[in-house]
Structure formats: structure tokens, C-alpha cells
Design a protein around this ligand. Structure first.
Ligand code: 6R9
Length: 646
């Protein structure tokens, strides 16, 4: 069993790391026994305009429900990411930008330049009528201007809502509508793996249904895109006349910083809202300790800014720490399967952080692509977004890291703002596949999903967190009741993560994956309900049920069962149409891997779809379908089994 494989902390790490095993134990103990004192000190890593006096005032109880940290303090996060570094490191590199095409010139941006660019764009936003508290939708590719846009919003107190540039016009439209934003920042086109992504055209399509006041368009590929008179303006025209100084707005610790939509088990994606002070402390602190970050190291998080990982670990955490953060526009397999490692060599990257799905895809192509690069600069590797299987872990460790680099397998969520359960490289012996131990201040517990009873010792169940931490989300934008219901109603007094988890006899946590109706495709969260509702919007679909299925590369794939309307012929052409339909409605990441026509779905007598059975059929795990006695019509299952595609 992989559980018994242990990679001890390498000696030089135990000696030189910021946090060794002893420090971890001592600091963790203090973080839970004296949280007030602990956080008062840790929060000093952030520059406060007005110091806070109150620390944690959160309560997970229904009567008194609130999440609040450092509430009476004020600060500006853009000033923390930029201005405060200027006296010492104005000419130091803040962002290295590596373009999709290795032959396109790269960009190296210093803190002084990033400060000026941010101020100019912040002034441009103001000139375009954006005020404190306004929501700004960002639909940009992985270019430095995306970071500039985020920091500019933070500077003037506007709330950004980034929509991943791979999402469809439909998805974009829903997100603009939900947060009532009246300004969109986009580019003519994005570029990924040599392919163009029609961002401006997608925005135009989205805005047919939800008009906005202003669209600011970045010239990126130079494509000829139509501009709507009176609505659309060019980014460079807007900043041309702007001053390179912009006074940062004094923000309350609990003033909103951003909204990021994420999929849940029911309904439409939720607008996860993060505020300023606690998030700043949490991202800066986790970035420093988890990655053992030291000044002047080149750090690369390969996530897109459209996901929370990009927010916390491409932009805010690293920049708050004055780090060199690498932003990569491209994909791991373009121009070839060596690209990641070529980029590592090109910039002498020391810390590399990516999702298991990318690693599994590269692993499949063979070791040669890795071995023909040097990678001597690497000292630490990270994993995020989904469970990493021990095979991929060992490959990452042995082949990519030449057996030299610890791997930090960081478990966290959009909702948690930053790392929650993770090894610290100088403190934690590693077990491949385990996210290992809680970060400072994080109090995980495992409960029996049925009874809600807290389990002790080695056990398996649902993962909850029993007290607040500074980086926690504060609400679902516009629906505080949904925030409570979604996360705090199942196990009263605790935050429910939606994940299953095992704890071994050494106290290591092993995340087993989602136990709600959320599937994790290539590290991206998809709600099965979202895909189902896209399917039933098609006029030939009467009913749909979507489940996850095991997938070698993506971790989970999407398996859709579709009942068509009476009189419809279930043709191959319709099957392909429906697959494309979902892709168009939500985006390429939601494309079903398998779509099976189901004349009817397995239901209980009360009409509930039995997803457990659908999951088994999708996994081809049909030897043991479990209890089928409650099925209204057992023949339905036989029919689905006999007609499983492929
Ligand atoms: C950061 C991020 C959150 C869900 C989470 C869990 C899965 C993330 C993981 C992991 C096992 C890890 N997840 N990291 N599972 N090990 N190291 O990915 O946020 O997009 O909100 O997804 O991803 O299932 O609940 P988000």
C-alpha cells in the first residue's frame, strides 16, 4: 500500500527551511491554543493603514452566523503587492511573462513598472466611471494585463469577477448578470497552444443578453474585431493619458476584494466572495510557508488566473511577498511535450506548482520529453486541484524532480482562499497521495456522513473544518442564506468541504474526492446539475442525468445519460449534436466524454434518480450494483448496461 511509502524530509531542507518539524508542531499548537495572539503576530506581514484591534469574530452557529477577521483594520492590497516593495526592490522582477509561442518576445516586468501600469489602469477605470464597490468582470487571457486589471481594481476598491477565458458566452453572460457588473475587460483574442480564442466575439455574444455600459478591449493578437460605438474602447487608448500615480483607496478589512464563481452540487455557479484583510494575510502566509519562498527565487504557478489558484498563487500571495511570479500563457504540450521543462530551464525556476492532470498527460508521453531538459534549478514541486495518484506523484518526484525535490500536495478550495491541508517541505515527511497535515490555524475533523458524529483516530468520512481561518469566503454574492445552507447546515457548527477524506494512524489526511454532486475534471470543478440543465435546454431532451466517471488523464470524465423527447430518434448525429451543445453552452471543459441515450433513468418509487447506480454503470463497475431493491423498474438498469457505449 502506498500509505506505507514515506519520503522523509531531505536533510538540507530540515536544516534550512523556514519551518522545520519542531517549528511546525509548536506554531500549529499555538495557532489553535492561542489563536488571538498567533494571528495578531502573523497579520503583521501585511501593511495596515489603520491597525486592527479585533482578530477573529466569526461564528459558525446559525443564530450568530458570520465570518469576520481583523474587522476594524484598514489596508489596501494593491499597495501591499506593489507600493511597499518600491523602496527596496523597484527594479526587481515582479512578473515574468512567457508567451504561448516560444518565439514571441517574452516580457519581464519590474515592481516599479507593475506599479505604474496598475496606477495608470486604475485611473483609467476611474475615468470610465468605476467606483469603490462596483463589480468589474474580467475575461482576459493569461497576460500581465490580467494581473494589472486585478491590482487596479483592488487599488480603487472595485470588486473583480474573473471569468475563465475558456467559458462560453452563455456562462459569461450568467456571471455578468449575477453580480450586476456594467463593465467588462477583455482582449481581442486569447492564444493557447497556437489556437486562437475569440474573446471579444464571445463578449459580444454574451452582451446581446445582458448589456453593459463599457467594454475595455486589450490589443493582444491584433485580430480585427468589431467595436461597438459608445460602448467599446481600446485599453491602450484609455491608459495613454493617465497618470502613473494613483492613491490607493483605504479599504476596510472586510470590504470585498473579489467574486469568483464556482460550481456547487445544486443550481447555478455560486459567486464566492472574498474580502481584503484576511485573504491578504492567508495568501501571503501560505505562499511563504508552503513554498518556503525566499527573496529572488523564481516561482511558477501554472494555473490560469480564471481559477482561484491563479488569484491566490499567481497574483496576490506571491506579489504580497515581493516574489518573482512567472505567468505562462500557453499549454504543457505546445510546441511539444517538453514545454514546461523548457520554461523551467529558461528562467531557472526554483518552485513549480501545477495540477495532476497536466502531469498525468505528460507522464503518458514518456520520460524523454522531461529528460532532455536540465531542471537543475528546481528545488520544490507543488500539486493542486485534485487528488494526485501515487503513480503520478512518484513520476513527478523521480523524473521531473530527479528525486531531489519535495512535493507539496496542497488541498484547498475556492472557498478557503488558500492552502488548508498541505505538507511544509522542511517539516513534513511525505506520503505520495496524501495532502498530509493541516496548515496553521486549520482545524479539520472527519465525520460519519450519515450520523454527523466526529470520528477519532484512523478513520474515513466527510471532511469538515471546525473553526474559521482568515482566508475563508465571507458569503455567496447576493445570497447569504445560500452560503449558510451550502456549507454550514449539514454539520452544525462546522464548515462542510464537500470532500471525502481518510485519516491514517499517523494523522495524515488523504482526500478521497468530492462526495457531493460536484465532479472534478482535470482539476476543474463542474456541477453535474449545471451540465444537466444545459442538456435539458435542448429541445430534443426530456431528461438528463450526469455523473463523473474514472478517467486516466483528467481524473474524472463526464458521463451523461439523456432521455430524449417522445418521437425523437436517438441517432449518432443527435448524440454528437448534444455533446457539442453542452460544449457551446458552458465551455470546452464541460464537454461530455460519454453520452448515452437512456429511454428511461433508474429511479426510486418516489421518482428520485439513483445516481449511485448511474455512477457504477459509468465506471463499468457493474459486478456490484449494490441495493437495487428500491428501483421502480429494475429493467431500466439492464437496458442501460446492455447499451453502454464503447
Ligand atoms: C484549489 C482548487 C476544490 C476541490 C476540492 C477537492 C479538489 C483541490 C486537492 C483536491 C485532493 C488536493 N482538490 N486540491 N483534492 N487533493 N491537493 O482546486 O479549488 O477549484 O474550488 O476545487 O478540488 O475536491 O474540494 P477548486
Amino acid at each position: 500500500m502506498s500509505e506505507h511509502v514515506v519520503h522523509p524530509v531531505p536533510e538540507e531542507w530540515a536544516k534550512n527551511a523556514l519551518i522545520d518539524a519542531e517549528t511546525y508542531a509548536e506554531k500549529y499548537r499555538r495557532s489553535v491554543e492561542d489563536p488571538d495572539g498567533f494571528w495578531r503576530e502573523e497579520a503583521q506581514r501585511i501593511d495596515w493603514i489603520k491597525p486592527f484591534t479585533k482578530v477573529n469574530e466569526s461564528s459558525f452557529d446559525e443564530d450568530d452566523f458570520r465570518v469576520r477577521w481583523f474587522e476594524d483594520g484598514t489596508l489596501n492590497l494593491s499597495a501591499n503587492c506593489l507600493d511597499r516593495h518600491l523602496p527596496e526592490k523597484a527594479q526587481d522582477v515582479a512578473i515574468i511573462w512567457e508567451p504561448d509561442d516560444p518565439n514571441t518576445p517574452n516580457r519581464i516586468i519590474t515592481y516599479s513598472q507593475l506599479h505604474a501600469d496598475t496606477c495608470r489602469f486604475a485611473n483609467a477605470l476611474k475615468a470610465n466611471g468605476v467606483k469603490k464597490g462596483d463589480r468589474v468582470t474580467i475575461y482576459l487571457p493569461m497576460v500581465p494585463e490580467a494581473a494589472v486589471a486585478m491590482l487596479a481594481c483592488a487599488r480603487i476598491g472595485a470588486v473583480h469577477s474573473i471569468v475563465f477565458a475558456g467559458f462560453s458566452p452563455e456562462a459569461l453572460c450568467g456571471r455578468i448578470q449575477d453580480c450586476q457588473s456594467d463593465i467588462v475587460l477583455t482582449a481581442d483574442e486569447g492564444l493557447r497552444g497556437g489556437k486562437k480564442v475569440p474573446l471579444k466575439a464571445n463578449v459580444d455574444a454574451a452582451l446581446e443578453k445582458v448589456p453593459v455600459r463599457r467594454v475595455i478591449v486589450l490589443h493582444h493578437t491584433g485580430a480585427d474585431v468589431p467595436m461597438v460605438e459608445g460602448r467599446d474602447v481600446w485599453w491602450y487608448d484609455e491608459i495613454e493619458e493617465q497618470n502613473a500615480q494613483c492613491e490607493p483607496e483605504e479599504m476596510g478589512a472586510e470590504d470585498p476584494l473579489f467574486i469568483l464563481y464556482t460550481s456547487g452540487s445544486t443550481g447555478k455557479p455560486k459567486g464566492v466572495l472574498h474580502t481584503t484583510g484576511g485573504y491578504a494575510v492567508w495568501t501571503a502566509m501560505t505562499h511563504e510557508y508552503t513554498f518556503d519562498y525566499r527573496p529572488n527565487q523564481v516561482y511558477w504557478c501554472a494555473a490560469d488566473i480564471g481559477w482561484v489558484t491563479g488569484h491566490s498563487y499567481v497574483v496576490y500571495g506571491p506579489l504580497a511577498n515581493g516574489a518573482i511570479t512567472l505567468m505562462f500563457e500557453g499549454v504543457p504540450n505546445y510546441p511539444d511535450f517538453s514545454r514546461f521543462w523548457q520554461v523551467v530551464d529558461k528562467y531557472q525556476v526554483e518552485i513549480f506548482y501545477a495540477a495532476p492532470t497536466a502531469l498525468r498527460a505528460l507522464m503518458r508521453e514518456g520520460d524523454e520529453w522531461v529528460k532532455k531538459t536540465c531542471r537543475k534549478s528546481l528545488r520544490l514541486l507543488g500539486s493542486v486541484g485534485e487528488p494526485i495518484n501515487p503513480e503520478a506523484w512518484e513520476w513527478y518526484h523521480k523524473v521531473v524532480g530527479d528525486g531531489r525535490c519535495p512535493i507539496v500536495d496542497t488541498w484547498w478550495q475556492t472557498e478557503t482562499g488558500g492552502h488548508m491541508i498541505t505538507p511544509l517541505p522542511g517539516a513534513t515527511d511525505l506520503k505520495p497521495g496524501s495532502a498530509s497535515m493541516p496548515f496553521f490555524g486549520v482545524q479539520p475533523a472527519i465525520v460519519d456522513p450519515a450520523s454527523g458524529e466526529v470520528l477519532e483516530g484512523a478513520c474515513e468520512g466527510a471532511l469538515i473544518i471546525t473553526d474559521s481561518w482568515p482566508g475563508q469566503m465571507r458569503t455567496v454574492y447576493g445570497d447569504h442564506e445560500r452560503f449558510f445552507q451550502t456549507y454550514f447546515s449539514q454539520y452544525p457548527g462546522s464548515y462542510f468541504t464537500g470532500d471525502g477524506c481518510r485519516r491514517d494512524e499517523d494523522g495524515y489526511y488523504w482526500i478521497t474526492g468530492r462526495i457531493d454532486d460536484v465532479i472534478n475534471v482535470s482539476g476543474h470543478r463542474m456541477g453535474t446539475a449545471e451540465i444537466e440543465s444545459a442538456l435539458v435546454e435542448h429541445d430534443k431532451v426530456a431528461e438528463a442525468a450526469v455523473v463523473g466517471m474514472p478517467h486516466d488523464i483528467k481524473g474524472q470524465g463526464i458521463y451523461a445519460y439523456v432521455t430524449t423527447t417522445a418521437g425523437t430518434e436517438d441517432t449518432e448525429e443527435l448524440r454528437q449534436d448534444l455533446i457539442q451543445w453542452v460544449r457551446r453552452e458552458i465551455g470546452p471543459i464541460a464537454t461530455p466524454d460519454v453520452l448515452q441515450f437512456a429511454p428511461s433513468l433508474p429511479k426510486t418509487r418516489s421518482g428520485k434518480i439513483m445516481r449511485r447506480i448511474l455512477r457504477k454503470i459509468a465506471a463499468n463497475d457493474t459486478g456490484n450494483l449494490g441495493d437495487t431493491s428500491t428501483l421502480a423498474d429494475p429493467d431500466v438498469v439492464e437496458h442501460l448496461l446492455a447499451n453502454r457505449p464503447g
